[in-house]
Design a protein around this ligand. Structure first.
Ligand SMILES: Cc1cc2nc3c(=O)[nH]c(=O)nc-3n(C[C@H](O)[C@H](O)[C@H](O)COP(=O)(O)OP(=O)(O)OC[C@H]3O[C@@H](n4cnc5c(N)ncnc54)[C@H](O)[C@@H]3O)c2cc1C
Length: 368
């Protein structure tokens, strides 16, 4: 059996790698480039290369390419540190969500700019008192004329300071059971009443933000899918968010450098490298299975857990290889400080293990 990728796909991967290396050379950092590497020119370049909306139907403005082709392009871009954050959320999950749940008018209006790399999006789910438990979120959308007025506070909103649009979840029916009263909106970040305050993280970076919505007017045609039907839509959107290659290779560039400097004569180091290589290859196969639509429903919870725990082990390995150098502020120490976020964002490992146990494996719940 031939496990290698087909020749044209290998050629595409080589092309993407060359582009990524060039883009990364201009960038601030190769690590976590899909999340913190905001660069609108890079987004437009990806659009011009037809690398955005790659697998979306041609009739919807996409390029009709195969999931495998998209997989190798983004594996190379992210593993080599191309700063793709300005287009990543839209390409990874907003576009696919609009394709599935958006109205024809919404798809006609928003997909072309996403495919061209000219609109940047952020995701407004988490709130100060609603992270893991999205159903408890309090941001309210109240009917007003033909549209809505939205008031509330979102937090940890990645890329909000650069975004043109926010994919926002808000409560539309306060009397319904918590998970049944939520709806999704496309909110123009330039609307009066949107206040964005960047938050400085432990590494000094300011990629995520607090976003206040103070009586923001949203037209009625910008509600996505079913009114009060967000919960089901969100579950689908999270599959896009959790099962991708971004969860495996965020710090791959640093690992490759550390591996080259590691003491290969030390059997313990060799053993650690062997374990990291094995989990990397298992993770890559799991992501491929997600991309090809072969993973069981809900299994992205396992894929993300395995992949992001691998990224954390990579950060620790790089720290051990660097030794006392890791006490200084540099790429390694930054990576160690950043790593806890891998198993928080997109759903914490504890929550994902709950999903896996209860919804995927159907294990009995412990009686309360
Ligand atoms: C780098 C980064 C980027 C992010 N970007 C975005 C973004 O763009 N948009 C957005 O909306 N959000 C974003 N988030 C927020 C992220 O989705 C939340 O941090 C995450 O869902 C957890 O929510 P919380 O922080 O409120 O923690 P909590 O939900 O308060 O959880 C605290 C701890 O309790 C545990 N816990 C909670 N409930 C249970 C349970 N039922 N069983 C077992 N353990 C439990 C959790 O696992 C965690 O360890 C980002 C977070 C990070 C770190």
């Amino acid at each position: 059996m031939d496990f290698d990728l087909p020749e044209p796909v290998r050629e595409l991967a080589a092309q993407a790698r060359a582009v990524a290396v060039e883009l990364a050379a201009e960038a601030h950092l190769p690590e976590d480039s899909w999340l913190i590497g905001n660069d609108r020119d890079v987004a437009r370049e990806l659009g011009a290369r037809k690398w955005l909306g790659m697998t979306w139907p041609v009739a919807e403005g996409g390029h009709g390419r195969s999931p495998l082709e998209r997989f190798v392009v983004f594996e190379q871009l992210i593993a080599n540190g191309a700063p793709i954050a300005s287009s990543w959320f839209a390409d990874r999950q907003i576009g696919p969500t609009l394709l599935q749940f958006g109205s024809p008018a919404q798809r006609r209006r928003f997909l072309p700019d996403i495919v061209a790399g000219t609109s940047a999006w952020c995701i407004g789910m988490s709130e100060p008192d609603a992270g893991s438990d999205v159903a408890s979120l309090r941001t309210r959308a109240i009917p007003h004329g033909d549209g809505w007025r939205i008031t509330g506070r979102k937090v940890w909103t990645s890329g909000a300071a650069h975004a043109d649009w926010c994919y926002l979840v808000a409560r539309t029916d306060p009397d319904a059971p918590p998970h049944a009263g939520l709806s999704e909106f496309l909110v123009d970040m330039r609307s009066p009443g949107v206040i964005v305050s960047p938050i400085v993280d432990m590494t000094g970076n300011q990629h995520f933000c607090e976003v206040v919505f103070d009586d923001v007017a949203v037209p009625g045609d910008l509600l996505v899918g079913a009114p009060n039907g967000s919960f089901k839509q969100l579950m689908r959107q999270m599959e896009h968010e959790r099962g991708g290659i971004d969860r495996l290779v965020s710090n791959r560039a640093l690992y490759i450098e550390a591996r080259a400097h590691a003491d290969h004569d030390d059997p313990l180091v060799r053993q650690e490298i062997a374990a990291l290589e094995s989990t990397y290859h298992i993770g890559r196969l799991l992501v491929l299975r997600e991309m090809l639509g072969q993973a069981p429903k809900g299994f992205s919870a396992a894929t993300k857990t395995i992949c992001t725990e691998h990224e954390q082990r990579v950060a620790r390995f790089c720290g051990r290889v660097a030794g006392t150098q890791a006490m200084l502020w540099n790429r390694v120490s930054r990576s160690i400080c950043y790593a806890p976020g891998y198993t928080l964002m997109g759903g914490t490992t504890q929550i994902l293990r709950n999903i896996l146990g209860e919804r995927v494996l159907g294990l009995p719940r412990e009686p309360r």
